[in-house]
Design a protein around this ligand. Sequence first.
Ligand code: GLU
Length: 518
Amino acid sequence: MTETRKTRVRFAPSPTGPLHIGGVRTALYNYLYARQHGGTFVLRIEDTDSGRFVPGAEQYIIEALAWCGITPDEGVEDGKVVESASEKHPYGPYRQSQRRSIYRKYAEQLVADGWAYYAFDTAEELAARRTECESRGQTFIYNQVSRKALRNSLTLSAEETQRLLSETTGWTIRFKMPENTVVAMDDLIRGHIEVNTDTLDDKVLWKRADELPTYHLANIVDDHLMEITEVIRGEEWLPSLPLHYMLYKAFGWQDSQPRFAHLSLLLKPSGQGKLSKRDGDKLGFPVFPLRWISPEGEVTRGYREDGYFPEAFINMLAFLGWNPGDEREILSLPELVDAFSLERVIKSGARFNPEKAKWYNREYLRMKSDAELAGLYVPVLEEHGVEAAPEYVQRAISVIKDRATFVADFWTAAPYLFVAPSEYTPKDVAKFWKEDNYGRLSAVRDRIAAYSGDWAVSAIAGYLEGWIKEAGWTLGGVMNCLRLTLTGSASGLGIAEIIYTIGLQEACARIDKALNTL
Ligand code: GLU
């Protein structure tokens, strides 16, 4: 690769279902790398495996990237995959199924150059081979050895080959993996790797049946045509790397071959095994960025709907398998762009920690202004039929913010800041509501009504506590039943925080109501 090439990286998902968070991390690292190098981040949809196509998956991928703020520079326009080449998207179309006419000639070129061959074995014939091998305790592999006894253009006569090519449609083009050759590869994360071709099989590159390339051919051809400089992808593609190196060699494209970086897998919280799509439901946290509703109607939860902020989600993901090499843990997207480097991406699997995800959300929640949070909280309040003035909502948020992980927690933690209790928890009433309450609470009520100090939690708290002590009462004895009148139960925020939010008049009204009903 010549050093002068402009950085171009791509995220190349297959629309086979919702994008797993591991996929989002791959997209994120590509994005960070592109931004840092002043390059281009391309989205390419790899949908040549029609059997695995899932409706809605492509739109999900685009929406998920947009929510995360890692939108591609090329390949997507107005939330849709670009379907033809244009000035801004010169390498279009970006959906492989719309590029099908491109691939055949490359596969044929490999046959002409002796790097590939036509294979005519039917699915039944191959299945029979497999069964036969299994009966001998072996695994069937279509490779340098077995190809010599199979029906392909290397074993059949030229006439027979021509006849089968024109009269049948079940044939494929397979890569002719050279014998006993060392493939020497370099990975930006894993370093130097060598593999002997004798361990590799002859992969199908193109299928006459649907006139479509397989992943390997389409991926290499497109990375070449789209002038990709670095391929940053998941570790599951590392076993394909020798074939990809061989394909670059076979096409004579070594000089412009991209550099490769294979990212380690995300592991389950236990560290045992890879984090799978099913783990979310089993372990109680989302493994998808957005909620996914399958074509069959099955609903799977997502980070967005669970109440995560995209900035927190992205920050958490960036640190799964990478760190900036210093103490910092909170980095915005632009800061991540500055700090990111492939050299600091770890080789071993990154253990997913759902508690850390929550920690990130709490940190980001705390960094937001009360005004911004109020804007996010209003829809939640509306869902509960509550209407409140913006200043009031902000005041409530200021007292509850430190106890929340998600915006929805504002409500679950203290609905009584917006709605007066309509009933009182019987267990708490039995425990705290004593005969002599009436006199004490009436006195407290009058003291609250008379408050004229600073409108601050600490000032209100100081006033109440000072006065209760002066009266010779225990704090616990008064506070628990006071809280019962204000919130409906004995647990909740501090009395001063509640009064600070709801105001003197409302506090007194609630005490009066309790005195009249309990
Ligand atoms: N289509 C492949 C996938 O779904 C892309 C692999 C690659 O980036 O080369 O992961």
